[in-house]
Design a protein around this ligand. Structure first.
Ligand SMILES: Cc1cc2nc3c(=O)[nH]c(=O)nc-3n(C[C@H](O)[C@H](O)[C@H](O)COP(=O)(O)O)c2cc1C
Length: 153
């Protein structure tokens, strides 16, 4: 027997910078627990940890961006769990035209999402959201958590 978390560590999650913008605040964090759950409408879910600012801000904004990181962009991924006060300071970004949330220009591209349902979980809750806009900046492979020294399971 092994702990369930050990088996779950085999799941090849991608890594993303998840951005949110409210009237008063802007925040970005590194996320990995994310998947598509419907073709039409185009729905995703992502797990949002209770302990960071994104948890309250996503509910308040009702929207967020998912910025897809490329293989090798470990430094960019690191920004999303570094000092929360100046995460966007060193990044080139623009507001998403549909959600206003930060779009990271060095990423492979992004989806802009509108929150459909907020589902209570455990130490993370689930944001179920519709992808309402997407832009691809360049071709490339998504950064996989297994290509990094980090685990999240
Ligand atoms: C590899 C990795 C994956 C992560 N995946 C998620 C995730 O799916 N959801 C989430 O809310 N936080 C995730 N986090 C944690 C957030 O990035 C982190 O809590 C946030 O940036 C705020 O930092 P703090 O918790 O130190 O304040 C992950 C962190 C790492 C290092």
């Amino acid at each position: 027997m092994v702990e369930p978390r050990e088996m779950l560590g085999l799941i090849p999650h991608g890594l993303y910078l998840i951005g949110v913008q409210t009237e008063a605040s802007r925040f970005i964090y590194t996320g990995s627990w994310l998947t598509q759950i419907s073709f039409e409408p185009c729905l995703i879910v992502t797990a949002v940890r209770r302990t960071h600012e994104g948890h309250a801000l996503i509910q308040e904004a009702g929207a967020f961006t998912v910025n897809f990181l490329a293989k090798g962009q470990l430094d960019l991924a690191r920004v999303g769990f570094g000092n929360p006060d100046d995460r966007l300071a060193g990044l080139e970004w623009k507001p998403c035209p549909k959600t206003g949330a930060p779009v990271v220009l060095d990423a492979l591209g992004y989806i802009g999402c509108r929150l459909v349902k907020w589902i209570e979980g455990g130490d993370h809750d689930l944001a179920l959201a519709e992808a309402v806009i997407a832009e691809s900046f360049r071709e490339g492979e998504l950064l996989n958590i297994h290509d990094t020294p980090w685990t999240y399971s």
